[in-house]
Design a protein around this ligand. Structure first.
Ligand SMILES: [Zn+2]
Length: 393
């Protein structure tokens, strides 16, 4: 028998003696009055050993919650059967009841609970078989600004484009906001949930019509779920209701613009031409935002391959095969082989031959032809042909 057991038996023996002597149930008589509860420290560290004995009766703790937030509570129980209940300040409601079993002197059982609580005071009662346990509590504020979102009759006023960080808690199962929309149009509804099941509704003024509804689930404290959708609202007064599981949420309703729009793109294909690339244009029908992608290269005019020269006196008759889709041809010629100096150009529309006159006698000339295509103000050209070389008579 170890010391602890001996100690417990001693305490029990004393309790029996005392209760026999005074003829009353000590457990009830000394059941700590909740008004003398000790404040729970949110240190995130394990407490010293707490002993439940016949004399101590139930243990009471007071939880003073400074703002809406979450308490993570760990119970390390060396007791086979132990319960702990969380109550409202006036004890009128038991918010949580947790029962843990299977702890023993050599191997405690640790249970983790999370309580989503509104700011205020709460009481926890710990009770069970005799033995020891330790507690470890920490508190994380939700940083909420849903300070008065009580009901349809007492909503919190909400201004478009403002961000609300709200919380559903075990004592606050729904939040109500009232907003005024001045202009009929598209509005973006952005929601993030750091919790599970959540319902968000936007109702008209007298709740006869629900204009928007979103059910979301699966968010966690570290990995929220996000939704961004558009809704058409006419000018008027609306009520936003948030309900569901305890935890934190964030929402924002704002007039639709290109940065908050969830975008509903329609795609249009624009074919490539000889002067501009082809592409797909995606344009949002709601906000007008657009972007282009899937570019296709410009069309390319064919190349005139060979230029035929029929030489005359001071002139040359040029001809070539036609290039499809062209509007005409450009000829350039020079006595300079590199076509860098004293180059002349001539345009030919709709034919595939041209007589070039006023050429110098007995001079060697070089000729090139390329096709062109006019599109609006722009002109596209094919590649220059190989140079044709000839000596003028
Ligand atoms: Zn858009």
């Amino acid at each position: 028998m170890n010391k602890i057991k001996r100690f417990i038996i001693m305490i029990m023996a004393m309790a029996i003696t005392v209760s026999t002597v005074f003829g009353m149930n000590l457990k009830t008589a000394s059941a700590a009055d909740y008004t003398s509860a000790s404040d729970m420290a949110f240190t995130g560290a394990w407490s010293e050993d707490k002993w439940i004995t016949e004399e101590s009766g139930d243990h009471w703790y007071r939880l003073v919650i400074p703002s809406d937030g979450e308490v993570e509570f760990r119970m390390m129980s060396y007791i086979d059967e132990l319960s702990y209940d969380l109550y409202t300040e006036d004890l009128s409601e038991r918010l949580y009841h947790i029962y843990t079993y299977g702890g023993n002197e050599t191997q405690p059982k640790t249970t983790v609970s999370n309580y989503a609580l509104s700011s205020g005071t709460y009481y926890m009662k710990v009770y069970g078989y005799n033995g020891k346990y330790k507690i470890n509590a920490s508190f994380t504020s939700y940083g909420t600004n849903d300070i008065s979102a009580i009901s349809y009759d007492s909503p919190q006023s909400y201004s478009l484009s403002n961000q609300i960080t709200g919380a559903i808690t075990v004592t606050d199962s729904e939040d109500w906001y009232c907003m005024v929309v001045s202009n009929t149009g598209y509005y973006s509804v952005n929601i993030q949930i750091y919790k599970d099941d959540t319902d968000i509704s936007i109702y008209n003024n007298d709740l006869s019509e629900r204009k928007y509804y979103k059910y979301m689930y699966g968010g966690t404290v570290t990995a929220p779920k996000t939704s961004n959708e558009n809704v058409v609202l006419e000018a008027g007064t609306y009520y936003i209701k948030v309900a569901g599981d305890p935890g934190r949420y964030i929402f924002n309703v704002s007039a639709l613009n290109q940065s908050n729009c969830s975008h509903d793109y329609k795609t249009q294909y624009v074919d490539a031409t000889y002067t501009s690339k082809g592409y797909q244009i995606h344009k949002c029908e709601l906000c007008g935002h657009s972007y282009m992608d899937n570019y296709k290269d410009k069309l390319q005019l064919g190349q005139v391959e060979t230029v035929y020269c029929s030489v005359g006196k001071g002139k040359c008759n040029l001809s070539w095969y036609s290039i499809s889709n062209s509007n005409g041809y450009q000829i350039r010629y020079s006595t300079n082989k590199s076509m860098k100096k004293s180059v002349k150009t001539v345009k030919v529309k709709g034919k595939t031959s041209k007589i070039i006159k006023k050429l110098k006698h007995r001079k060697k000339y070089y000729f090139q032809v390329r096709a062109y295509k006019k599109e609006g103000n722009q002109t596209a050209y094919g590649k220059w042909s190989k140079k044709a070389k000839t000596r003028i008579k």
